[in-house]
Design a protein around this ligand. Structure first.
Ligand SMILES: Cc1ncc(COP(=O)(O)O)c(C=O)c1O
Length: 450
């Protein structure tokens, strides 16, 4: 094992103080929340997280893709402090304040499409999705939503209607909002049609037309097509390059394109929005997670003509566009620009990708490596030939990382996701990947030995 500069774990995990928090959480807090491992955070700065027992970890999870500028970036903290001293809340549902205008003026030019746009603000990803669902129906006067199996769009009743990555998410909550139709996502490593790209010539699109539109989905009753440009919770699945472009025939039928950028947005893929990598301009975009570096803020940005179909009172949320969160978002956008974080995501992501692709050659359990920028998935399998999902193996790898001072989580059933803050330094990231590689190598040897 190499000497560590950042990762320092000196107690069993959780340590004594951490174990107490874990125990009391189980006693008092809803059991609906699932956790990867017992990390009990005491403080976090940049890409380094400390727990209550004094252990130190390299952050490769960014608080689940939220800490775009790292934890407690001084400019974000200063913006929060400044605004907190002025006013913390004065509901934008009924009154006005200026920083919402400032944020919107900065944000809109970053969103693809040269047409006029408008923004609606809520507090979370699911709220942004709910708003997009309501707006799409209101504008089109159509009932149906299209979404992908494997997708994740949130857990409130509307958003959950679109979410389809794990049965557990819906268990006990049915029925949901009628009428959502799910169809397969182009997951080339596990092609649902057992085809190979590019020889398949996008059979997935033909299949959708033949088996859905020609059989049971009246396209003129579809309000919107919701998609993640790269599936997140579904397993970090990157579609083939022209997929969304080939789906654009739906737009001729009046279907709105809604790009859920809640995980892929705010620079994570090296572009401001994930969909920019695929050359398609959506009508509606949803953003949350990384936009305010950890403060709760969600945005639903739409073509102005679509947004203007709403009349006063049709949608709002008391806490939406909280002025402190808005200042944090303004600071986040300024940091992304001044610290050239899109370039950092591309450069560091590119370097990491090169190294990870070598693991694919080196380790039997590394089935696939995919991603863009600092949005990277490593799919773990039992062996390359069968591609049997290495769920237990992936779990053992993230446990190894945790015990050795790196926070790595999974996506889907068996994919390791690598999403450090966009500010991560090369030295921190390299050490994090070193720990991850040790974990992969250890689990690989145990699996290969059988
Ligand atoms: C793509 C995507 N959409 C929506 C959501 C829901 O966001 P929130 O948890 O803020 O409601 C998530 C959260 O993980 C997400 O990844």
């Amino acid at each position: 094992m190499q000497p560590r500069k950042f990762a320092k774990v000196a107690t069993p995990l959780p340590g004594k103080k951490g174990a107490d928090v874990v125990k009391k959480t189980a006693q008092y807090v809803s059991p609906s929340i699932s956790r990867f491992y017992p990390l009990v955070v005491e403080s976090a700065h940049g890409s380094i997280v400390k727990d209550v027992d004094g252990n130190q970890f390299i952050d490769m999870a960014a608080g689940i893709a939220v800490l775009s500028t790292g934890s407690t970036h001084p400019k974000v903290v200063e913006a929060i402090r400044r605004q907190s001293e002025k006013f913390i809340h004065y509901s934008y549902t009924d009154f006005y304040y200026a920083n919402i205008v400032e944020l919107t003026e900065r944000l809109l030019p970053l969103i693809s499409g040269s047409f006029p746009k408008m923004a609606y603000y809520g507090n979370s990803g699911a709220e942004a999705i709910e708003a997009a669902m309501k707006l799409a129906r209101n504008y089109t006067k159509r009932p149906i939503f299209l979404a992908h199996s494997g997708s994740f769009h949130g857990r409130t009743m509307g958003a959950l209607t679109l979410t389809a990555s794990k049965p557990m998410q819906r268990r006990g909550s049915l029925p949901l909002v009628p009428d959502a139709v799910h169809f397969p996502f182009p997951y080339c490593y596990r092609c649902p049609w057992k085809q190979t790209f590019p020889e398949c010539d996008y059979y997935c699109v033909d299949y959708f037309k033949e088996q859905y539109l020609e059989k049971f989905v009246p396209v003129d009753e579809v309000a919107a097509y919701f998609f993640e440009p790269i599936q997140g919770e579904g397993g970090y699945v990157v579609p083939p390059p022209d997929y969304f472009h080939k789906m654009e025939f739906l737009r001729d039928e009046g279907v709105l394109f809604v790009s859920d950028e809640i995980q892929t947005g705010v620079g994570r893929t090296g572009e401001f929005l994930g969909i920019e990598n695929f050359g398609v301009t959506p009508d509606i975009v949803t953003i949350a997670k990384g936009i305010a570096s950890g403060l709760p803020l969600g945005a639903m940005i739409a073509r102005a003509d679509v947004m203007k179909s709403w009349k006063p009172g049709q949608h709002a949320s008391t806490f939406g566009a909280n002025p402190v969160a808005v200042e944090a978002a303004l600071a986040t956008l300024e940091i992304i620009r001044s610290e050239r974080l899109l370039e950092n995501a591309k450069r560091q992501g590119g370097k990491a990708m090169k190294r990870l692709l070598e693991w694919k050659e080196k380790y039997e359990i590394v089935g696939d490596v995919r991603g863009l920028g600092l949005f990277i998935g490593v799919e773990i399998v039992k062996d390359k030939r069968s591609k049997a999902r290495g769920e237990d193996e992936a779990k053992r790898i993230i446990d190894y990382c945790f015990k050795h001072g790196a926070l790595v989580i999974t996506a889907g059933r068996n994919t390791l996701r690598i999403i450090p803050p966009l500010t991560v330094s090369e030295e921190e990231f390299t050490e994090g990947l070193d720990i991850l590689e040790e974990g992969v190598a250890q689990v690989n040897s145990a699996t290969v030995r059988g």
